[in-house]
Design a protein. Structure first.
Length: 102
């Protein structure tokens, strides 16, 4: 960084460090009503997954009760959750999508 003299004193730029934003997990939760194929399509549409990866996550949701769709900054995670829930409700499915701190 450059320094310059002003009168008798020396002015130096302060170095600041920035931390990356905190990250949050976006999870799908299992329910007894949402079809597996719908969950796969949600993972493909909103999380950009291929069919194989989406099927793997869907099976994890089905067998373990929840599955991680991705890890994002809070604003991105919130937007994804809102879009998934809105899409599920439009198709009359109770699919739950939530945020969890990473």
């Amino acid at each position: 960084m450059a320094t310059r003299r002003q009168g008798a004193s020396v002015l130096e730029a302060e170095r600041t460090t920035t931390r990356p934003p905190p990250l949050f997990k976006v999870l799908l939760l299992n329910d007894d009503y949402t079809p597996m194929e719908f969950v796969v399509s949600v993972l493909q549409k909103f999380f950009g997954m291929g069919r194989e990866q989406a099927t793997h996550i869907m099976l994890k949701v089905h067998t373990e009760g929840a599955g991680i769709c991705g890890i994002f900054p809070l604003d991105v995670a919130t937007t994804k959750v809102e879009r998934v829930v809105r899409f599920a409700r439009q198709h009359q499915h109770p699919l739950a999508c939530v945020i969890e701190e990473n």
